[in-house]
Write a protein that binds this ligand. Structure first.
Ligand code: FMN
Length: 306
């Protein structure tokens, strides 16, 4: 897959995941083969003021081969200012979120609400494309309660998006049911720009199913939680390394930027995901979920992963 001057080799993308895809997680995923790494979604409005939380979310590492900043908003002029923010200078691609189903986003006419406001969605994409030399892409769902992906994808293409990503579920579906791979196949056949398929890829088998849709790229979200090596496994190379070393690396990167108190709470979910492959250990997991000491949690996790 080639997007402007950017050449992808394996066409694997780590999904944007708010509250999950921190710089440490992105780095370990990149080391296992995720070529396109998305930031957590960034509020265009917040980017006018650079609050510390947003600034932290824009931190990247040089291990990320293709850095993709995802922004959300509903005001074309604000979106333009956001993508021109120097904090995003290090990013290779600007992605616009038009698929988020979260009520607090939708009620502002942002995220997936833009799928029901196709004229505004087009204006936003056109404005962003005009405002940057970098490729602009769009990530969206099927639609609110029915499949509008062809109409919406055509509009994105016409507006100048260089590729699109389809999470093949409706907003109403949330994360239930199965992603509709037939819709990804139809979109990939219809559009001239590349389509990245997204939804339910978690191993080599589901990856191959996604590839059979004709999608140019494959995006993985939940399948990478606690399992950043999934990218390597998907490419046919089983992971035989030491999982605790991966966890330590993830954490050591975050320790450069965040204080221990915040990290102790933040890392609980990641540590629990990392523990998922191991058997038993209900008591140990409860300890991780409530621990006030990260090194202690790491030690518990190490025992669990043995
Ligand atoms: C915790 C979490 C946070 C997410 N945050 C975002 C986000 O910030 N932007 C976005 O476009 N999608 C977001 N998503 C959706 C994912 O990018 C992806 O589309 C979805 O999880 C389906 O892919 P999967 O089946 O591989 O997980 C999020 C999903 C999860 C589980």
């Amino acid at each position: 897959m080639k997007i402007g001057d950017i050449v992808f080799d394996n066409n694997l993308f780590l999904a944007p995941m708010a509250g999950v895809s921190d710089v440490g997680f992105r780095t370990v995923c990149a080391e296992f083969g995720a070529e396109g790494c998305y930031s957590e979604m960034l509020s265009a409005r917040a980017m006018l003021y650079n609050p510390s939380k947003t600034v932290m979310m824009t931190i990247t590492s040089n291990k990320e081969k293709v850095k993709i900043a995802q922004i959300f908003g509903h005001e074309p002029d604000v979106m333009v200012k956001a993508i021109q923010n120097p904090l995003l200078d290090k990013y290779d691609i600007i992605d616009i979120n038009m698929g988020c189903p979260a009520p607090k986003i939708v009620k502002n006419g942002e995220g997936s609400a833009l799928m029901d406001n196709i004229l505004l969605a087009k204006k936003i994409i056109e404005s962003c494309v005009k405002a940057t030399k970098r490729p602009v892409s769009v990530k969206f769902r099927l639609g609110k309660d029915c499949d509008k992906s062809l109409e919406f994808g055509r509009m994105c293409q016409e507006a100048g998006a260089k590729y699109v990503t389809l999470h093949a579920r409706t907003v109403v579906q949330g994360y239930s049911g199965q992603a509709n791979y037939d819709s990804i196949a139809s979109l990939a056949t219809t559009l001239k720009i590349p389509v990245v398929g997204n939804g339910d890829v978690c191993d080599r088998q589901s990856y191959q199913r996604m590839l059979s849709t004709g999608a140019s790229g494959v995006m993985i979200g939940r399948g990478a939680q606690g399992k950043p090596w999934v990218f390597q496994e998907i490419l046919g190379e089983p992971f035989t390394g030491d999982k605790i070393e991966v966890v330590k690396k993830h954490l050591s990167i975050l320790r450069k930027y965040y204080d221990e108190k915040w990290l102790t709470l933040y890392m609980r979910k990641h540590l629990l995901w990392y523990s998922m492959g191991s058997r038993g250990g209900a008591q140990e997991r409860t300890k991780i979920a409530t621990s006030q000491n990260l090194d202690e949690s790491l030690q518990i996790l190490k025992e669990l992963l043995k």
